[in-house]
Design a protein around this ligand. Structure first.
Ligand code: C2E
Ligand code: CA
Ligand code: CA
Ligand code: CA
Length: 279
C-alpha cells in the first residue's frame, strides 16, 4: 500500500479504500474523541429570504483532534458510519444541538430552530425515537424547533417498519427536511408519503445559479414543485447577493450560505442571534 502519513487526511475518506489497519487507527481515535469530549458543534445561520430575518441554524459537527486541529465531518463521518460509532456520536449531536437551541430560547432568541443531520445508520436503529424524545425532554426544547435532515437515498426504503418509524418521528412533533435535494434519483412519491416539511436545495445547484442556465432551471422547478406540494424550501450554498435575489424572486423561503455566515462556534451564534433579535 502507498505510504500514507498520520497527517494525510485522505486516510479518513472511505472512498480511498482505507486499509483495515488505518481504519482501526481512526476508529480508535474516534472512540477516544467521545470520551475526551473532542467533538463540538458549529452553527450556521439560516435566514428567511423575504423578511431578511434569522430563523435558526444548522448544527454541523467538528472534531478538535489533539494533533490535527479542527477537522470537518467529511474527514471522519465515513469511518464513524462504517464502525457504528456514528450512533453514539449522533446521539451526542442530538443532545448537544437540543441543549444549545434551548439556550437560545432562554437567552433572548426565542423561536429559532435547530437542524440536525441524521445518518442512515441512526435511522435504522430501533431506539431513534426514544433518543430524540429523550433529548427533547432533557433540554426542554419545544419539538417543533428541532428539524431532522435526511437525504433522499434514506427514503428509498419502503418497508412498513421504516415508514412507521418516520411517522413516529413526526408524531414527536419534530420537522423533517430532505437534505441535498435534487442529487438523488428517487421518484418523488415519498414526499407525500413521509410528510416531509421542507426541501433543502443542494448547494451544487445554488452556488453558481446566476451564471448557469441549467441549474437555474432545476432550482426553478424544485421551488415550483415545493410550492404546489406546500413544502418549504431552503437553498444552501448561497455565496453571492445576486443568487440570493434570484432565489427570493423565485419564491424560495429560506437561505443558508457564506453570504450570510459560515458555520461558527455556539457562543458566537448565540451572540449573533441575540443581536438579530434586538432590532
Ligand atoms: P450538509 O448537511 O450538506 O451541510 C452543508 C455543508 O455545506 C457544510 O459543510 C457547510 O459548512 C457547507 N456550506 C454552507 N454554506 C456554504 C457555502 O456558501 N459555500 C460552500 N462551498 N459550502 C457551504 P460541513 O460542515 O463540512 O459538513 C459536510 C457534511 O457533513 C454535511 O453536509 C453533512 O452531510 C455532514 N455532517 C455534518 N454534521 C453532521 C452530523 O452531526 N451528523 C452527520 N451524520 N453528518 C453530519
Ligand atoms: Ca445538512
Ligand atoms: Ca446539504
Ligand atoms: Ca451535502
Amino acid at each position: 500500500a502507498k505510504s500514507t502519513g498520520r497527517n494525510s487526511y485522505c486516510l479518513f475518506d472511505e472512498q480511498m479504500n482505507v486499509n483495515t489497519h488505518e481504519r482501526l487507527g481512526i476508529e480508535q481515535d474516534l472512540r477516544q474523541a467521545l470520551v475526551r469530549s473532542e467533538f463540538v458543534l458549529h452553527f450556521q445561520p439560516i435566514v428567511d429570504l423575504t423578511a431578511n430575518k434569522l430563523v435558526g441554524a444548522e448544527a454541523l459537527l467538528r472534531w478538535h483532534h489533539p494533533e490535527r486541529g479542527l477537522l470537518g465531518p467529511d474527514l471522519f463521518i465515513g469511518v464513524a458510519e462504517q464502525s457504528g460509532l456514528i450512533t453514539e456520536i449522533g446521539e451526542w449531536v442530538l443532545n448537544e444541538a437540543c441543549h444549545e437551541a434551548a439556550r437560545w430560547q432562554r437567552q433572548g432568541a426565542r423561536g429559532l430552530a435547530v437542524s440536525v443531520n441524521l445518518s442512515t445508520v441512526q435511522l435504522h436503529r430501533g431506539d431513534l425515537e426514544a433518543i430524540i424524545a429523550q433529548a427533547l425532554v432533557a433540554s426542554a426544547l419545544p419539538p417543533a424547533l428541532l428539524e431532522l435532515e435526511l437525504t433522499e437515498s434514506m427514503l428509498l426504503e419502503k418497508s412498513d417498519s421504516f415508514i412507521q418509524r418516520l411517522r413516529s418521528l413526526k408524531e414527536l412533533g419534530v420537522k423533517l427536511s430532505i437534505d441535498d435535494f435534487g442529487t438523488g434519483y428517487s421518484n418523488l412519491s415519498y414526499l407525500q408519503r413521509f410528510q416531509v416539511d421542507k426541501l433543502k436545495i443542494d448547494k451544487s445547484f445554488v452556488t453558481n445559479l446566476s451564471s448557469n442556465e441549467q441549474n437555474r432551471a432545476i432550482v426553478t422547478a424544485i421551488i415550483q414543485m415545493a410550492h404546489s406540494l406546500k413544502l418549504k424550501t431552503t437553498a444552501e450554498g448561497i455565496e453571492h447577493q445576486v443568487v440570493k435575489s434570484i432565489l427570493k424572486s423565485l419564491g424560495c423561503h429560506f437561505g443558508q450560505g457564506y453570504l450570510f455566515a459560515k458555520p461558527m462556534p455556539a457562543d458566537d451564534f448565540l451572540g449573533l442571534a441575540q443581536q438579530a433579535r434586538v432590532e
